[in-house]
Write a protein that binds this ligand. Structure first.
Ligand code: AMP
Ligand code: MG
Length: 403
């Protein structure tokens, strides 16, 4: 059986091998948060576009602003003012943060390091050439690529696009991810379940995870544990980029997902991973559609989605596969786990100052959604560990949507 790292690598290799050019569309910058650029964004001019003062103070010739020297202040420059006059020898100009430094000036002295009497400004300490000035073009030159294709647009990337006037952005279309749950016991969330039935919570968590990952969920409801129903609904799912199934991949008599996929011509790359929860997870391809058969226990479904489906959505969406957000934390309560599988335990990390401390949460196993709703991370216990002591450094996988 593959380790989760090997299984992830398998997903990444297979999807990279198969992915072709993606459709793209022009999107308003106001709607582009989280989308992936399909085309580079270039600068329209140098940045900064002029030598920019980073302080309120006096623009000087550094060699003249020696300790105890006085210079005559001949002008004032505010941010946005047009600046054409060079700085004459023996003079200084009062300048504000964000304003253009006149030519011939090569330093800005902070106002705090000066004293003023009428037009006369006295300097307390030596000025260094270049101090408090960001030179024109030092952040980017005109026509530089500042955002490459494949970049996911967060708030800083959007601000950068705005800075250069790129208000329409060519973005890759989101991968479409069909979501199909399976199980005779599963009813739609707006129906009243019978005494021995359960609501389809997996469709809701999966749709949310697809959205968070940058995909477009396509809800296909639930299939009964019957070949005909599974076949019909799986076939519908095979029209999308990815099909994610929940349930029906364990060893039970009515776990028929793999059988049906095989009948439909699927090729499998793995059908089990050495993790708990999530061991029966299946990954394959059927026609042009990547298929994930995730175990139906809700926490298993959520964990295996984060580990294996997110990188596929990343790649199909035109970006690279994001690394798993691992952090190291101090263990706050001892652990005792069965060895052999890598465990992903619902856990809560708290930052005391800057030092993360983590405790696994009590839980009833992989059906316990309430435990995961209290968790903000998974505590990862390696397959060869049985006892882990308080104070040990342990890896945790952050639940990005909570932090
Ligand atoms: P399975 O993987 O089909 O053996 O299902 C394992 C467990 O997950 C069973 O207890 C199911 O009732 C539960 N389960 C399956 N599908 C869902 C679903 N869509 N929503 C919530 N729980 C589910
Ligand atoms: Mg089932």
């Amino acid at each position: 059986m593959l380790t989760y790292e090997q299984a992830r690598r398998t997903v990444i290799e297979q999807v990279e091998k198969a992915r072709g050019p993606r459709a793209a569309a022009n999107i308003s910058i106001w709607d582009a948060l989280g989308l992936v650029l399909a085309e580079e964004v270039k600068t329209d001019r140098d940045y900064p576009p002029f030598h920019r003062s980073t302080r309120d103070g006096y623009a000087v010739r550094a060699a003249e602003a020696t300790p105890g020297a006085t210079l005559r202040c001949v002008a004032e420059i505010k941010a946005g003012d047009t600046v054409t006059q060079p700085l004459a020898s023996g003079t200084c100009v009062q300048i504000m943060t964000g304003a253009a430094v006149p030519s011939s000036a090569d330093a800005v002295v902070m106002i705090e390091h000066t004293s003023r009497d009428g037009d006369s400004v006295r300097f307390e300490r030596a000025a260094q050439p270049g101090q408090n000035i960001v030179p024109r073009g030092s952040e980017a030159k005109r026509a530089d690529t500042i955002l490459p294709p494949g970049m996911r647009l967060g708030y800083a990337e959007l601000a950068l696009a705005a800075q250069v006037g790129a208000t329409q952005l060519r973005c890759a279309s989101k991968p479409r991810v069909a979501i199909l749950s399976t199980g005779d016991e599963v009813v739609a969330i707006d129906q009243e379940p019978g005494a021995f039935q359960i609501r389809n919570s997996n469709s809701v968590s999966l749709a949310a995870q697809v959205r968070l990952a940058g995909g477009e969920p396509v809800l296909l409801g639930n299939a009964a544990d019957r070949i005909d129903d599974l076949r019909e609904k799986i076939s519908r799912g095979l029209r999308e980029d990815v099909l994610v199934l929940s349930g029906g991949v364990s060893m039970g008599k009515y776990d028929l997902v793999e059988t049906v996929l095989k009948d439909l011509g699927a090729e499998f790359y793995f059908d089990g991973v050495a993790i708990r929860p999530g061991r029966p997870a299946v990954f394959g391809k059927c026609g042009d559609t990547f298929v994930f058969g995730l175990p139906g226990n809700p926490v298993s479904t959520m964990v295996t989605f984060e580990l294996f489906v997110v990188p596929a959505i990343d790649l199909l969406g035109g970006s690279s596969a994001r690394d798993l957000p691992f952090v190291e934390a101090r263990l706050g309560a001892a652990l005792n786990e069965k060895p052999g599988l890598t465990h992903f335990l619902p856990a809560r990390v708290e930052w005391r100052g800057t030092k993360p401390e983590v405790k696994a949460l009590p839980w009833q196993g992989s059906g316990d959604i309430a435990a995961l709703a209290r968790a903000n991370c998974f505590l990862v216990v390696a397959a060869d560990r049985e006892q882990v002591k308080v104070g040990e450094t342990v890896p945790i996988l952050l639940r990005k949507d909570t932090i």
